[in-house]
Unconditional design. Structure first.
Length: 65
């Protein structure tokens, strides 16, 4: 689950014992200090992005093994 997830919603789900494998909280835990999130857009070269997201190469980055 992801999208508008915050501490209160997680607490509510846990209290109701909603079956959840993981929570995607984005920047909600940082209380405005950071406004950055990242999305998985490719796995082993295969496109895997959400609608409206895509792989955007950045020549300033280098691969770390």
């Amino acid at each position: 689950m992801s999208g508008r997830v915050h501490r209160g919603k997680i607490r509510q789900f846990e209290e109701q014992e909603v079956p959840v494998d993981m929570y995607g909280v984005g920047s909600s835990l940082f209380q405005g200090r950071f406004d950055f999130t990242a999305d998985v857009v490719r796995v082993e070269g295969k496109p895997l992005a959400k609608v409206g997201r895509s792989y955007r190469p950045n020549p300033r980055l280098e691969r770390v093994e």
